[in-house]
Design a protein around this ligand. Structure first.
Ligand code: MCN
Length: 827
């Protein structure tokens, strides 16, 4: 069936690739983004930010800015001290672990700890005038030594980010299952690598933006956020207001990629200022502000060991991780790296696993969740290490994976870390991938091309992802210690005419929930998805919800929609049964009608039933309440574990180091498709994100803590021109965890992509002696790796590239090749 053909209403909407309902206004420029909103009497805010990475503030002179004709007020951190009841909270409190948590206020108090830290705010009627006036605020800084390299930050004698803690180590957290040390000691083969997963930005197309609008003793905050309800909850604590006095609205949101899974100081600041001044206050981030002060992702140095038998059976995996957390915590900062632990063993039945995480303060902005959040890091490690091991043992990368996959008959499979993978068929997705990619033919072609000087490689990534955040008891206070729960809510309301409104606690920002969730509800209500309006992102419009991230919205929020719609369907059957003089259990929904089983001529449409439910006729028994509306709160029993197999084919120009991806094949399994077109879009975007990190994108601070990648000129985001055409396919293995059988897909491509790229590069360059490289695979770094492997140029050995560039912060350390870390990035 084509995307435009319609099945009979009420039947089989789930699974159809119907076009996204939300797109027409967005593509016609009729979207409502926060920055488009104009409220009468709005004051615009400009923020004065620190140019210093670490300094004491010895004076702030606001007189020139205050005298500016367009300026209404200027405030510093001290001026607003009474306006906040609490700092920006960090919500991870794992049992038995001490985490050194500094106070983090929206405006600096006495010291700055990173470039871009907010120091003062200037308010006025004109957006551009306040930006000019902000430059007239004179701040005196007494610079202090900065530390930017997390490993150096752990050394004795390092400058301290926080004197009060006496160390830059924030915390240690570890988990183990089996006996990895013993297995490593006993192994035939042990492979060890130091793998750097560098810092990246979220970089959504719409930067952050907030307007706070005071109303009586309350306030409405319009914010470009992924988490309106959590934002209200946190803001109520920070501002000392009860939640009912705060309404948070996330209107159309132009992407987030994790960077808007956050409550930022600026959001609290706008609310505080609006209350103080009694006028709406608005702030929209510039792109440079985004690069400096929206949280970053990744930034991990991993020491990984993998042990195996000579025939390639992996017996142990061990990792020690140094995570650069920046100077302050945002809401989840120290937790993000650890969030990857459930998939540390990947798709493989590895009996012994040991992981130790160390968090480190540096004079940088905080890291936190960026698409994948901890899982891309772990997947990168295990997938790169499988290829490294395969090379060590001279076993084909396909074969080594097959020898270690969790067998299909072993699901549900419990990992040594106590995580239960719900369902899987890893051979299935790999088999399907190999139907698209003929490996033997590729190897023949590769050999011929090498003769002609073309360096082509293929890399695999067979990933498993943990998503569907989350069973509250697994992640809440008694579990890993989050001061949060991750159930989801849905409310389904059928109107008197039979159309419906669905309210979800998820808060999409590009994923297509308006369409997919409408399909789920439509099938259960016997109506057309076009008759279902999906509302989200407004704390005043429905029950509490936990937002969109962690590829949770469908498997938790969509499941809640399905459950609420089933409750409505059950009530509709009771109404129908009463009016058709049948028993409720004899009413079935078929062909879009509620009918008496076996008597299709005795039937009612949802419109007829809804009319009767709202304007009850005499025949309707009085024990049936009027109305047709139900709410569901769904807390999953387990996570869900999507998986798949991706292949990357790339060419390396060995003269320049430029990498070009020439083919990408993705086979993903996220359970039964609600809408295959939405899945495909997510896979495309996700893979693009992973390729971006692998080849182009990197946040770089220099030795003094200055951000050298503060714009899209230096931070090379790939465009469509740098990306291949994606070939996608799917397998459907239902999850037993939820009634829809679905798993997440929003991060799958990102999680899968980066190791496939690195493995492909190594496959291409192994004949030249390059055996491993850290990302980003920029022309300079690739060229250096080739030179080093060939023994030319006096550069570092190829296996040391990541370490070498990391210590020099990516600034062309050996003096050859382009000077920018992203030079040649192509964006
Ligand atoms: N889907 C489906 N059938 C399935 C599985 C998923 O039709 N079996 C559809 C869902 O209905 C939904 C979409 O796929 O429309 C993604 O669903 P899900 O995997 O539940 O992920 P979330 O909706 O929770 O999205 C979060 C995820 C994350 S964590 C990031 S980061 C991310 C992403 O999604 N950021 C995005 N995708 C993004 N897409 C856009 N356009 N912009 C972002 O910022």
């Amino acid at each position: 069936m084509s995307a435009t053909e319609k099945p009979t209403a009420g039947q089989g909407w789930v699974g159809q690739a119907i076009r996204r309902k939300e797109d027409p206004p967005l593509v016609k420029g009729q979207g409502t983004y926060v920055d488009n909103m104009r409220l009468p009497g709005t004051l615009h805010a400009a923020i004065v930010r620190s140019p210093e990475a670490h300094a004491a503030i010895t004076g702030i002179d606001v007189s020139a800015a205050t005298e500016h004709p367009s300026v209404t007020a200027v405030f510093t951190g001290e001026d607003l001290a009474e306006d906040f009841a609490g700092p920006i909270p960090m919500v991870w409190d794992p049992p038995g672990v001490e985490i050194k948590t500094p106070e983090h206020w929206p405006l600096a108090r006495g010291e700055v700890k990173h470039v871009g830290q907010a120091v003062a705010v200037v308010l006025g009627n004109d957006r551009y005038a306040v930006a000019d006036a902000a430059e007239q605020v004179i701040v005196d800084y007494e610079p202090k030594p900065a530390v930017v390299n997390p490993e150096k930050a752990l050394e004795d004698g390092s400058p301290l980010v926080w004197d009060q803690f006496g160390t830059n180590k924030t915390h240690e957290w570890g988990i183990a299952g089996g006996d990895a040390e013993q297995a490593i000691a006993d192994a035939d083969v042990v492979v060890e690598r130091r793998i750097v997963n560098h810092r990246t930005a979220g970089a959504p197309i719409e930067p952050r933006s907030s307007i706070a609008d005071p109303r009586g003793d309350g306030v409405t905050l319009y914010s470009s956020t992924q988490i309106p309800h959590i934002a209200r909850f946190i803001l109520s604590g920070m501002l000392g207001m009860s939640e009912d006095k705060i309404r948070v609205v996330a209107p159309d949101v132009g992407g987030g990629f994790g960077a808007k899974l956050q409550v930022y100081g600026e959001e609290a600041l706008m609310v505080a200022l609006a209350r103080k001044l009694g006028r709406p206050v608005k702030w929209t981030e510039t792109r440079s502000e985004h690069m400096a002060t929206s949280h970053h992702g990744r930034d991990q140095i991993a020491y990984v060991t993998i042990a195996a038998t000579r025939d390639g059976k992996v017996t142990a995996a061990r990792g020690r991780f140094v995570n650069d957390l920046g100077a302050y915590f945002q809401i989840l900062t120290p937790f993000i790296a650890e969030l990857g632990f459930p998939v540390a063993g990947g798709c493989y039945a590895i009996p012994n696993i040991k992981l130790d995480f160390v968090g480190v303060f540096t004079n940088k902005f905080a890291t936190d969740a960026v698409r994948g959040a901890g899982r891309p890091e772990q997947t990168h490690l295990i997938e790169v290490m499988m290829d490294q091991l395969a090379a060590e043992l001279d076993i084909d990368p396909v074969e080594i994976r097959r020898r270690n996959f969790v067998p299909t008959e072993s699901f549900p499979y419990e990992t040594p870390l106590g995580i239960v993978y719900d369902s899987g068929n890893y051979h299935g997705t790999l088999d399907k991938l190999l139907e698209h990619v003929d490996m033997d033919a590729f190897r023949r072609e590769q050999a011929e091309q090498r003769e002609r000087g073309v360096h082509r490689g293929i890399g695999l990534s067979t990933y498993v992802e943990v998503c569907g955040l989350a069973p509250s008891r697994a992640v809440g206070p008694q579990g890993v210690g989050l001061q949060a729960a991750f159930w989801e809510s849905a409310m389904v309301r059928v109107h008197p005419s039979g159309s419906a409104t669905v309210y979800t606690g998820a808060s999409p920002h590009g994923q297509g929930h308006d369409t997919g969730f409408a399909q789920i509800a439509a099938d259960r209500l016997g109506i057309d998805p076009q008759q279902v309006d999906v509302l989200h992102g407004d704390t005043d419009q429905g029950p509490f919800g936990w937002g969109t991230y962690g590829s949770r919205s469908l498997s938790v929020g969509g499941e809640a929609v399905g459950r609420a719609a089933v409750k409505v369907q059950e009530k509709a059957k009771r109404v129908c049964a009463a009016l058709l003089e049948a028993a409720p259990e004899d009413i079935e929904l078929a062909d879009g009608k509620f009918q008496v089983r076996g008597s299709p001529d005795k039937s009612m449409t949802m419109a007829e039933i809804a009319g009767a439910a709202h304007i009850p006729p005499q025949e309707l028994p009085t024990d049936i309440e009027p109305g047709l509306e139900e709410t569901s709160f769904y807390d999953p029993e387990n996570f869900v574990f999507p998986f798949g197999a991706h292949a990357c084919v790339l060419d390396v120009d060995v003269e320049t180091g430029k990498v070009e991806i020439v083919r990408w094949v993705a086979v993903d399994d996220c359970g039964p498709a609600i809408n295959p077109m939405l899945i495909e879009g997510q896979v495309h975007g996700g893979v693009a994100h992973g390729i971006g990190q692998a080849l182009y994108e990197q946040i770089v601070y220099d030795d003094e803590g200055q951000l050298t990648t503060g714009t899209f000129v230096d931070y090379a985001l790939p465009t469509a021109a740098e990306l291949p055409e994606f070939e996608t396919d799917r397998q459907e293995t239902p999850s037993p965890v939820n009634q829809l059988g679905v798993k997440g897909v929003g991060e799958a491509g990102t999680i899968a992509a980066s190791p496939a790229v690195v493995n492909a590069l190594v496959d291409a360059l192994r004949p030249l002696g390059v055996t491993y490289m850290d990302m980003p695979l920029t022309p300079m770094r690739v060229w250096q790796a080739i030179q080093a492997a060939q023994g030319a140029n006096g550069g570092p050995p190829a296996t040391e590239q990541g370490r070498e560039v990391d210590s020099e912060h990516g600034r062309g350390a050996s003096g050859s090749g382009p000077a920018s870390p992203t030079e040649g990035g192509g964006a």
